[in-house]
Design a protein around this ligand. Structure first.
Ligand SMILES: *Cc1c(COP(=O)(O)O)cnc(C)c1O
Length: 383
């Protein structure tokens, strides 16, 4: 299809065409490691499935289409996608990262790549001038996560892109929390978009997979080389599940956002709730930036119950019945988590507290169920 498709059409048709063999409308699961050649080197574009696989290629075209990018790349997980980005760099190179980021990202940076000589600065990015102070001649990348996990801070992607361009460094955005339905970082000036497709993109809590999208051909070549040379690729079945998930991304995200607004407002007026973090509130410190760069505010919410301690938070979470206590987010079902002891346990307590991840904090991934059932569940759990 040559025509540029609108988002709600691109999720279904972007980069897709009926299968060449029999016209299958859904991309088949090409569960094969290798491809017949008629003579050495004479093949139909596929040689070995670490390098290319037709199901994976369909997914790479799909994600590129919905992120408004030229090239998509797939990985075995979100962290494998980040691992590939870090392998673009060499010992002595410096990276400036959001300070309240996904715990696994922090662990990858500090426990793996610091050992290979990369240097990381974890910086509060709400003031872009503050970020500029950390740029020097060794700086190669600015890594942004927005909205941040779990504090729901919003970082101004356009301003970070301006800074990155001025200093000649790359800008990568972890777009996992927003999904391209809510925000398209390449259009805002980013060089690399990264997804844990495990979350909203695949959307059904049935697959672990990572994605990158870039515009630059040279960057795509380097990343494809790393993808093949390091080999952290997803299998055809997981690629298929993710591709299938993307077809309903726009419908799911619309409902996630509607339910998110209902739950956030319910929690805000509750007498037993101390604080609610959600970028849709006018009182949110970065609400205006969120309005400028996002199409809606999504269903990720964090809150602190009154009295705010570890025990209160655990008691509430344990009482929930419709919300499931689990790691992860972005699926059709509502999940609740306790960042201090779950997703963010790999960040030292003092570091955690500095960015607001206190022991009483509860994080909700609001699903697409009937919002009244979700409210009634929270009502009985909060008591
Ligand atoms: C889950 C997550 C990751 C890691 O992705 P995996 O698919 O679990 O490897 C990275 N960033 C964010 C924001 C996440 O939520």
């Amino acid at each position: 299809m040559k025509k540029k498709l609108r988002f709600n059409t691109a999720t279904i048709h972007g980069g897709q065409s009926p299968d060449l063999a029999y016209g299958a409308v859904m991309t088949p699961i090409y569960q094969t490691s290798t491809y017949a050649q008629s003579s050495p080197g004479d093949h139909k574009g596929f040689e070995y499935s670490r390098t290319h696989n037709p199901t994976r290629s369909a997914l790479e075209r799909s994600i590129a289409s919905i992120e408004n990018g030229h090239h998509g790349l797939t990985y075995a997980s979100g962290l494998a996608a980040m691992d590939a980005v870090m392998k673009l760099f060499s010992p002595g190179d410096e990276i400036i990262s959001t300070h309240d980021l996904y715990g696994g990202s922090y662990r990858l940076f500090t426990k793996i790549f610091e050992n290979y000589g990369l240097k990381f600065h974890f910086v509060d990015m709400q003031d872009p001038n503050h970020v500029a102070e950390y740029v020097n001649e060794n700086t190669k990348l600015i890594w942004v996560e927005t909205p941040t996990n779990p504090m729901m801070n919003i970082i101004d992607i356009r301003r970070m892109a301006t800074l990155a361009k001025a200093k000649n460094v790359l800008l990568a955005v972890d777009n996992t929390f927003a999904s391209p339905y809510l925000q398209q970082p390449l259009d805002l000036g980013a060089d690399i978009v990264m997804h844990s497709a495990t979350k909203f993109i695949a959307g059904h809590s049935d697959v672990v997979l990572g994605l990158l999208v870039v515009n630059d051909d040279e960057l795509q070549e380097k990343l494809a080389f790393i993808q093949n040379a390091s080999g952290a690729i997803p299998g055809p079945m997981d690629s298929f599940l993710t591709l299938r998930g993307i077809k309903t991304l726009h419908v799911r995200m619309q409902r996630h956002s509607e339910n998110g607004a209902v739950i956030a407002n319910y929690l805000k007026q509750h007498s037993k709730i101390e604080k609610v973090y959600w970028p849709g509130f006018e009182s949110h410190p970065n609400h205006q930036i969120a309005k400028n760069q996002m199409n809606d505010f999504g269903g990720m919410i964090s809150f602190i119950p009154k009295g705010g301690g570890h025990a209160t938070a655990i008691k509430i979470i344990e009482k929930m019945e419709v919300f499931t206590l689990a790691e992860s987010l972005g699926g059709v079902e509502s999940l609740a988590g306790h960042p201090a002891s779950m997703t963010h346990a790999s960040i030292p307590r003092e570091e955690r507290k500095k960015s607001g991840v206190v022991d009483g904090l509860i994080r909700l991934s609001v699903g697409i169920e009937d919002s009244q059932d979700l409210i009634e569940d929270l009502e009985q759990a909060i008591g």
